[in-house]
Design a protein around this ligand. Structure first.
Ligand SMILES: [Zn+2]
Length: 184
């Protein structure tokens, strides 16, 4: 258990965004077409509100060969060479290039209003870093219209997208961003 995931927080999450209490039954996992499973809202979420709080098992790079295939497919990056096995239902949140939610290492929260029955999506690039084993995937999220390739690296986004998203990226990405921009 990490310090951040064990800390009780009722008013703000780790990004300092105002939150509401997560209640059971407010989201559900169900089929999301070609993407397999997805996470859907069962009620309205206001912009900035908490959708889910979770705690994944941290694993280092040396631990990766010991993981099951399912665990390897559901990893989230925490830092360079440090990952977490994303628990259900967080692991079923699909990617969109223009998402309605953001995930920190232990919370999922809305970045715009989300209606009941809408699929909850996050941009996988926000917490992804090319450490020599970068992933690519075909994305059919509708933004832009045509299917397109998404590269699993925050720095694969345009400079404008990076500037717009760095504030909600994890601390290690923010650190790398400042270094690359010569701000540190
Ligand atoms: Zn896309």
């Amino acid at each position: 258990m990490t310090a951040s995931s064990s800390r009780r927080s009722t008013s703000t999450n780790s990004s300092g965004v105002a939150t509401e209490a997560f209640d059971q039954g407010s989201i559900e996992v169900r089929a999301a077409g070609r993407k397999g499973l997805g996470v859907f809202a069962c009620r309205y979420f206001a912009e900035g509100s908490l959708i889910l709080r979770f705690s994944g098992r941290p694993v280092g790079r040396a631990d990766l060969p010991e993981l099951t295939e399912w665990e390897r497919e559901h990893l989230g990056e925490i830092d360079i060479g440090l990952y977490q096995v994303l628990p259900e239902p967080r692991c079923y949140v699909n990617h969109a290039c223009s998402p309605n939610a953001v995930s920190t290492r232990d919370t999922l929260y809305a970045v715009r209003e989300i209606r009941a029955s809408e699929e909850i999506s996050i941009d996988y690039r926000l917490n992804a870093y090319d450490d020599g084993d970068v992933w690519e995937m075909s994305c059919d999220c509708g933004a832009p219209d045509r299917p397109h390739t998404v590269v699993g690296d925050f720095f694969s986004m345009s400079a404008e997208q990076q500037a717009r998203n760095v504030g909600v990226a994890p601390p290690f990405i923010q650190r790398l961003y400042r270094q690359r921009r010569g701000l540190d």
